[in-house]
Design a protein around this ligand. Structure first.
Ligand SMILES: Cc1cc2nc3c(=O)[nH]c(=O)nc-3n(C[C@H](O)[C@H](O)[C@H](O)COP(=O)(O)O)c2cc1C
Length: 413
């Protein structure tokens, strides 16, 4: 089969069908209005992604409470946001009724921005901190997640992604570093109470199986006591818990898992592989393959970090450009049981129309991500995010940001 045929094959996700193997990653754009509702610019961005023909799109991290924001202008999902979110989803579905559109629910916990949010933590990491979460706090936060899932359902979304990656609250709860002796920490059973009970409660509240439940999981956070390590104090990778976690999520109704890694405020190049180390992306494909081996064939595993492969001009000199370009290598991963779908993050900023261009035989018109990571710079600086190489407004936003806030020295979110 040609790589085009492989990538454009439909796939079942639970009882639903994604029309092809392209999955658009959650990508925060920090461009909402002051109440956390989607702005016109947000709406247009997601309509463009839908018109671009991806099989499945994830909405960027949407916060379940206002006080748990990492970004000043972050999307929010509370009862007052339901109406605007409903109109927003209608517009995205109108743009392309075949694309599945899921919401990534989050709470930033310890990486909530203290300038406009309340930092809370199950167990502080050195240099972070915040108020220690009580069991009552967590019970309330979980109620907010369940409410948010119902709002997503009422708004017409096709599902939710429970964010258990990148150092946000979901990861903070499950990592071995959460070794406090409390209902939500210490033992494996206690650390997984948060995601597992959430999955169960969401499925019970929304019995409609057409509403998909999934999760994005960091396989290894890459610091002592992070998720995917041997235990508190050890940085050594051990996939025992990540594998157990995704199997537990699957048992509770997850029909898809997005594989990721790292915790960008600490290990940013693990999450978003850098152009100087493109081969780090191969670790992601290793984790995706380990995930795939661990779940039932019908559970969809979505692999990440395909943006670094670009048009083959990626510095991976032991392979030809043709073999190592995003399309060819992505199809190879699908054919070799690495994953079932290919996730596009930074690449989706560079060209939302990649899937459509491939389908129409216009591959030479695809605009590739240069891995300049200026989108990340914009995000860290709390500016509106876009592709500074291919979008004029985003380039202007970068110039304005640097004038006002200076050059960014460190790339950590
Ligand atoms: C500007 C920016 C915003 C991001 N926002 C999110 C987010 O909201 N949720 C999430 O899970 N990951 C987020 N990520 C991480 C990406 O979804 C993805 O995991 C990462 O960029 C690697 O994929 P890529 O190589 O295709 O870019 C973000 C990354 C960037 C650069």
């Amino acid at each position: 089969m040609s790589y085009k045929d492989t990538l454009l094959q439909p796939i079942k996700v639970g009882p639903r069908v994604a029309p092809n193997r392209f999955f658009i990653q959650a990508m925060e754009c920090n461009m909402e209005d002051e109440t956390g509702n989607p702005s016109e610019q947000t709406t247009e961005r997601y309509c463009e992604l839908a018109r671009g023909g991806a099989g499945m799109i994830t909405l960027e991290a949407i916060t379940v409470t206002r006080e748990s924001r990492a970004r000043d202008n972050q999307l929010a999902i509370m009862p007052q946001n339901e109406k605007p979110l409903t109109k927003f989803v209608e517009r995205v579905h109108e743009a392309n009724p075949d694309t599945l559109f899921v919401f990534q629910l989050t709470h930033s916990g310890e990486i909530s921005n203290p300038n406009f949010s309340r930092r809370v933590t199950p167990n502080p990491l050195p240099g972070y901190g915040g108020d220690l979460l009580t069991e009552d706090d967590v019970d309330r936060i979980m109620d907010s997640y369940v409410t948010a899932a119902k709002i997503a359902y009422n708004a017409g979304a096709d599902g939710i992604d429970l964010k258990l990656c990148h150092g946000y609250l979901g990861s903070q709860m499950i990592r071995p570093h959460n070794n406090r002796d409390w209902k939500y920490g210490g033992s494996w059973e206690n650390r997984t109470r948060f995601p597992y009970e959430l999955m169960e409660r969401i499925r019970k509240e929304i019995p409609d199986k057409n509403f998909l439940i999934g999760s994005k999981v960091s396989a290894w956070e890459g610091f002592p006591g992070g998720f995917g390590t041997e235990g508190p104090g050890s940085p050594i990778m051990d996939l025992t818990e990540p594998i157990k976690l995704i199997q537990g999520l699957e048992e509770r109704g997850a029909s898809y898992i997005v594989q990721s890694a790292g915790s960008p405020s600490i290990t940013v190049s693990l999450t978003q592989v850098d152009k100087n180390i493109p081969y780090y992306a191969y670790m992601h494909q290793y984790w995706a393959k380990e995930f795939k081996k661990a779940v039932k064939p019908e559970t969809v595993i979505i692999g990440s970090n395909f943006s670094p492969f670009r048009n083959g001009k990626n510095g991976l000199c032991a392979v030809t450009e043709e073999e190592s370009n995003l399309l060819n290598y992505g199809a190879w991963c699908l054919e070799n049981d690495v994953c079932d779908m290919i996730a596009l993050g930074r690449q989706s900023f560079a060209d939302p129309y990649l899937p459509k261009k491939l389908a129409e035989g216009k591959e030479d018109e695809i605009k590739y991500c240069m891995l300049c990571d200026k989108c990340l710079e914009l995000l860290i600086q709390q500016s509106k995010v876009g592709c500074v190489v291919h979008e004029k407004w985003a380039h202007e936003e970068l110039v304005k940001t640097r004038k006002e806030k200076g050059f960014l020295k460190q790339k950590h979110t």
